[in-house]
Design a protein around this ligand. Structure first.
Ligand code: ZN
Length: 311
């Protein structure tokens, strides 16, 4: 599925690998891919991916390694998650946090880099691979034991399942759906400042996690009313974006308001106000108006705002 209409591609959504979901559950097939000399491995240390070049470069790329090179940082017997295929080349990711992060041992110029900050440095086609790898490695780190019986579990299916031998339970990597919604009414949209944004003048769309048994539309209406006291009628899905911090899936929506009086909750949302479409267009063009800062283009919120402003 493409992103938001005429907008540029969203980070974490473009250029991913062929996940070979029909093949990766075959242990023999997976072992052959691991043993293949063409296999390439992306290392992570403390959830930071290995990037090419020296720290501080304005642009870089994921640094995939041969198995021989990857083993120089240890973890040769460690579990690896299978990321997918690009032609005949199989891609894997390995966590080397426990075995060391002395990049100098690799003999190539590379460094571990904060994953969120890397979004500004990587080609967009690589952000999906990084996001997939980070979300999987993070999940495996935090789910070593069975939530049913407490026994140690084992990685299966190239990292898309953990199995508990003693009780037979299967556990699957989790994705947490969150709705992110631009509330609109006629020629106005509502942007809010979240307490988490700190003291900056950042304003963005509202967002919240879906609760069990809740539709996306119900979640949008509940969150908007809780956070700013506005009643929402029609909800239109726009686009989605994986956000692996640690495992969210942002479901971008346009929410049609049927009331306009704002009452911020005061806990999560510090302030909220209506902005005219023309004002948003000028801000998107780079004009600073009232010190308000819009979200960065890596966020789906920016794409929702732009899609509406240009509509
Ligand atoms: Zn168990």
């Amino acid at each position: 599925m493409t992103a938001t209409g005429n907008s540029a591609p969203l980070v974490f959504t473009s250029g991913g690998l062929d996940r070979a979901g029909d093949l990766r559950s075959d242990p023999n097939w997976l072992a052959a891919r691991r043993a293949d000399s063409r296999a390439r491995i992306l290392l992570f240390s403390q959830l930071k991916p290995l990037l090419s070049g020296a720290e501080g470069a304005a642009e870089t790329a994921l640094r995939f390694l041969s198995r021989a090179d990857a083993n120089r940082l240890g973890g040769a017997d460690a579990d690896e998650v299978f990321l997918g295929l690009d032609g005949e080349t199989a891609y894997f990711a390995r966590d080397v946090s426990a075995s060391g992060n002395e990049v100098a041992k690799l003999g190539v110029e590379a460094h571990f880099h904060d994953a969120r900050a890397a979004l500004d440095l990587l080609p967009i086609s690589e952000t999906a691979i990084m996001g997939q790898a980070k979300a999987l490695i993070d999940w495996h780190q935090r789910h070593r034991f069975c939530s049913t019986c407490g026994a140690k579990t084992a990685m299966e299916d190239g990292g898309y399942r953990r199995h508990c031998g003693p009780c037979g339970a299967n556990h699957f990597p989790r994705t947490d759906p969150a709705a992110i919604m631009l509330v609109v009414r006629g020629e106005n949209c509502l942007l809010a400042r979240n307490r988490r944004f700190g003291v900056a003048h950042n304003h963005s769309a509202l967002a919240g996690f879906l609760e069990p048994g809740e539709s996306i539309e119900d979640c949008v209406r509940r969150e908007v009313f809780e956070e700013v006291g506005i009643r929402v009628g029609a909800v239109r899905y726009s686009a989605s974006q994986p956000w692996p911090f640690p495992s969210s899936l942002m479901l971008g929506c346009i929410a049609e308001a049927i009331s306009s009086e704002i009452r911020v909750d005061g806990s999560e949302i510090v302030s909220a106000r209506w902005f005219e479409r023309e004002t948003i267009r000028r801000m998107l063009a780079g004009e600073e108006i009232g010190g308000v800062k819009l979200p960065r283009p890596v966020a789906i919120a920016w794409h929702l705002i732009r899609t509406w402003a240009e509509g």
